[in-house]
Design a protein around this ligand. Structure first.
Ligand code: FAD
Ligand code: PYC
Length: 459
């Protein structure tokens, strides 16, 4: 599958490299031994306006590949299963913040080809409970400086996320979120129907089944460029010595006589490690079962679709739980649209047609002029959903095994924050204060973090 809504952004970002063999550009850049080398000295390829100009005059020849294609080593300090944004971010922060760079990220397909490359890129932190506000706000703060940190334009665009209220219950629920968010230092504000219209003029606020009564606006919310996030973390992790092994499926997790992990069986042989972090999204329960751990997860297909590209016409991100649709405009001009999961569990990366037609009905009601838009393509991803719609980022009952999963329909927004606290959990063998509540045991102990309402349209 190609990236679902590839846009003009790619022209601004250097494209991912063709695969090169281990060593190819280490030689060019004078060798590399891990954490001693920062991105600049390793690849000699920091991106800047000056570099773009210089390369333009040279016909754009000489850009180096952005990451290596190494052969797996026999042993690593840490293995991360899954090269989505979360796994790559974790590897990056392991190297950057904990000095652990003897790390492999093992990916059965291509990096960023899972939900990271299939999502609709909404970023926000307007969750109800203190625990979630802490986690998602940690991520938003990292988003705000991420392009600079990675030296890679992840195109974080704080264009606002507006959640529409269409009935009395919505009004009460969103006002409760606004108050709760503000108490937690998270920006969110209530807009009247007229203020909603002024903020997003294309919206039809009156002549519909459920007229818009107001909305909750998080101005710092918005979007980021999904594939750039995967590529930026991959490049930065690779530059710090992390091996990203693509086309390598984890088929088993080997445990020793005392129960601790010893390494992973893969389609390219056994790889030893005393610590394994699983970040496999929709397939988390499958991978965890390899170590004998049963997860409280269900996996569903979630779909999205994009229209033909048009000129800038939609200024923000709009979500409506009640009529069940959400929409934003990509930088290329496509309307990026989605709604809920299919009603049945499945591992098929496609979904039912009636879900998309229902979504488009709702979009035509919200923004009547979009009736004239043609839809270009749709796709699906497999999302891993917990009973309380909050993630799990935790140690597991198996020594040396850690898991980051259960993000369901809403984990893209958390990518840097999740990677950051998961790296802490693996490096220190104890959770960061921010992810301490997000255990597996909460489903046994009843300490749920019920974010079904904040999970919004998609659940
Ligand atoms: P992934 O990117 O899926 O990475 C997991 C990787 O693990 C995959 O690449 C997979 O190939 C690999 N893997 C699995 N099994 C194995 C194995 N055995 N061996 C090796 N590798 C393996 N979230 C938001 O915050 N905002 C949104 O607007 C939003 N919209 C969405 C729209 C859609 C249509 C979908 C499907 C999801 C959406 N999400 C959204 C959710 C978001 O995409 C995910 O929560 C997030 O991207 C998960 O990131 P990840 O890195 O954990 O997973
Ligand atoms: O979590 O904001 C979200 C979201 C929107 C669409 C899918 N997930």
């Amino acid at each position: 599958m190609s990236h679902p809504f590839n846009g003009s952004a790619q022209k601004m970002l250097a494209c991912p490299p063709p695969p090169v063999q281990h060593g190819d550009y280490r030689a060019q850049s004078g060798g590399h031994s891990g954490q001693d080398h920062d991105m600049q000295t390793f690849s000699g390829q920091r991106f800047s306006g000056f570099q773009l100009l210089r390369r333009a005059f040279g016909g754009h020849k000489g850009w180096q590949p952005q990451w290596r294609t190494p052969e797996p080593k026999a042993e690593y300090d840490v293995i991360i299963v899954g090269a989505g944004g979360h796994g790559l971010a974790c590897a990056y922060y392991l190297a950057k913040e904990h000095g652990i760079s003897n790390v492999a990220v093992i990916e059965r397909g291509w990096l960023g080809g899972g939900n990271t490359g299939r999502n609709t890129t909404i970023v926000r932190s307007n969750y109800l409970f203190d625990e979630s506000a802490g986690l998602y706000e940690h991520a938003v703060k990292l988003w705000e400086g991420l392009s600079q940190d990675l030296n890679y334009n992840v195109m974080y665009s704080a264009r606002g996320v507006l959640m529409l209220a269409h009935n009395h219950h919505d009004v009460q629920s969103f006002k409760r979120h606004v108050h709760s968010n503000r108490l937690n230092g998270v920006d969110n504000e209530w807009l009247s129907a007229e203020e909603v219209k002024a903020f997003c003029p294309p919206l039809n606020i009156t002549s519909m089944r459920y007229p818009i009564l107001g909305g909750a606006l998080q101005r710092r919310g918005g979007t980021a460029r999904h594939d750039a996030v995967a590529w930026g973390f991959a490049r930065a992790a690779d530059a710090r010595g992390v091996d990203i092994i693509q086309n390598c499926e984890v088929t088993g997790i080997r445990r020793g006589p005392a129960g601790a992990v010893e390494g992973v069986e893969t389609s390219r042989g056994f790889i030893r490690a005393k610590k394994i972090g699983v970040s496999a999204a929709g397939h988390s329960s499958v991978v965890m079962a390899m170590a004998g751990v049963r997860m409280p997860l269900e996996s569903f297909p979630l779909q999205a679709l994009v229209s033909e590209p048009v000129k800038p016409a939609f200024p923000t991100v709009v979500m409506s739980n009640t009529i069940h649709a959400y929409i934003s405009q990509s930088d290329k001009g496509e309307m990026v649209i989605g709604a809920g999961t299919d009603a049945y569990t499945s591992y098929s990366q496609r979904g039912a047609l009636h879900v998309t037609t229902h979504t488009l009905d709702a979009i035509c009601e919200l923004v009547p002029q979009f009736r004239r838009l043609r839809m270009l393509r749709n796709w699906g991803g497999i999302v891993d959903v917990t009973p309380d719609r909050s993630p799990i980022i935790a140690k597991t009952p198996v020594p040396g095994l850690y898991v980051n999963c259960g993000w369901g329909t809403g984990g893209f927004k958390a990518t840097p924050g999740s990677g950051h606290v998961f790296a802490h959990t693996i490096a220190r063998d104890e959770p960061h204060a921010i992810n301490a509540p997000f255990t597996i045991e909460r489903f046994r102990d009843g300490l749920l973090i019920d974010e079904a309402a904040a999970a919004a349209v998609a659940h």
